[in-house]
Design a protein around this ligand. Structure first.
Ligand SMILES: Nc1nc2c(ncn2[C@@H]2O[C@H](COP(=O)(O)OP(=O)(O)OP(=O)(O)O)[C@@H](O)[C@H]2O)c(=O)[nH]1
Length: 387
């Protein structure tokens, strides 16, 4: 039997885990055995902690599948198939991963193992796309374009947070960037499973995406092969780079260097792939390809803190922090909470973790002052001790 693989792509906080949870529930209700590969740019897999313990899960932490963890992806997929015999595997890519690179990796692996890439689903945060489109620049904008272009299924999510007339324009932008993938507009990724279970032709053997993957594998420029199919009315740059450069990630003071993102030409694409092959050399040589950085700060709490003070801190996060999540015990409530912060929206949910998990918060963004966040959190802890 061939195991279908689904890749979930989409920028940080767009709703990938929300969709993953629904897919898992649907398949389990059908009596199927799903397995998951979770990829996080940070060193803690909070989303994984929230999944049912009975789902086989592999974790690729502290980097993007498309960068340093790429070789591990093959190994993890192989191990999942050998050990658990899953009926289906879902790969949740990190929010800053370039899906074309992941497609490439999965396609390569499926040549040797009984797996079949079924769909690459890109989840888009509607408001985030809207605002990035207005700016028309930046690495996040280009990465989101890549994620939309590579999709075989597009989900325009968080539609509850935009006006109906904005939504129409957002759908038009996404459609221009990817005229082929079926597009669904959702709130909390609610979608009939028949809509994502069916393999879409854009991932079929003779598809443009497959051709693109083959060309990437051959170190030629994907642009040359995609012009005919992924034509872009608005002529934006086609950036072949992923959003992170995971070799640059450091432990606690985690820093993932963003890959250089200028217009991708044939030689640049090859150079980029060359970079990927030599991540470690570059790390040790201290070479950097860009001045921009994705940064991760992970804070392990030593004691419960006040919930209101923490909420105030989250509400005052600088715009450079575009994603935060964590599990916390508060001194003024009985329950533990999962908190989520994505694109200026925060959410607190009571939880009962299935296994022992520490109190931890992860902050992801660009150029933010990690030390300042650390000091603010430590202050909240100290305030509790002094009471
Ligand atoms: N208002 C609103 N919130 C949503 C919607 N979908 C997801 N969320 C919330 O957005 C936050 C991020 O959702 P996730 O599913 O964790 O996003 P993600 O893409 O997995 O995030 P990363 O793993 O960090 O990349 C959570 O608090 C969700 O509850 C939606 O349609 N509307």
């Amino acid at each position: 039997m061939t195991v279908p693989i689904y890749i979930l792509s989409g920028f940080l906080g767009s709703g990938k885990t929300t969709l993953l949870q629904q897919m898992l529930e649907n398949w389990k209700a059908e009596g199927k055995t799903p397995a998951v590969v979770m990829n996080e740019i940070g060193d803690v897999n909070l989303d994984g902690m929230m999944l049912d313990g009975d789902v086989a899960m592999a974790e690729l932490l502290s980097g993007c599948i498309c960068c340093s963890n790429r070789a591990d992806l093959g190994m993890e997929l192989y191990n999942l198939i050998q050990s658990g015999e899953p009926d289906v595997i879902i790969i949740e890519a990190s929010g800053v991963a370039n899906p074309v690179e992941i497609l490439d990796a999965v396609t390569e692996i499926s040549l040797y193992h009984r797996m079949e890439l079924r769909n690459l689903i890109t989840v888009v945060d509607a408001m985030h796309l809207w605002e990035l489109y207005e700016q028309q620049q930046g690495k996040t904008y280009r990465l989101m374009q890549e994620q939309i272009r590579a999709a075989s299924i597009l989900i325009v999510n968080k539609s509850d947070l935009v006006q109906p007339e904005q939504l129409t324009q957002i759908q038009e932008i996404a459609r221009r960037w990817n005229p082929y993938a079926p597009m669904y507009t959702t709130v909390r990724c609610e979608l009939d499973r028949a809509l994502y279970e069916e393999a879409h032709p854009s991932l079929a053997a003779d598809s443009s995406v497959q051709a693109e993957v083959a060309m990437v594998a051959e170190n030629t420029t994907p642009n040359a092969g995609t012009n005919a199919t992924h034509s872009h009315a608005d002529n934006h740059t086609h950036d072949e780079h992923c959003g992170c450069h995971s070799a640059a990630i450091e432990d606690d003071s985690t820093t993932a260097e963003m890959a250089a993102s200028t217009e991708a030409t044939s030689s640049e694409t090859s150079a980029h792939q060359h970079e990927h092959n030599h991540d470690h050399d570059h790390k040790h040589a201290g070479l950097h390809h860009s001045h921009e950085h994705v940064m991760v700060y992970t804070h392990y709490f030593e004691q419960p803190i006040n919930s209101e003070a923490f909420e105030r801190l989250i509400a005052s996060l600088p715009s450079e922090v575009y994603r935060a999540k964590g599990i916390l015990t508060f001194s003024d409530t009985k329950s533990r909470f999962l908190f989520q912060y994505a694109y200026q929206q925060s959410d607190f949910m009571k939880i009962t973790p299935q296994k022992e998990v520490p109190d931890v918060a992860v902050f992801i963004g660009e150029h933010f002052d990690k030390r300042h966040i650390q000091e603010q959190l430590q202050l909240l802890e100290q305030q509790e001790t002094s009471l």
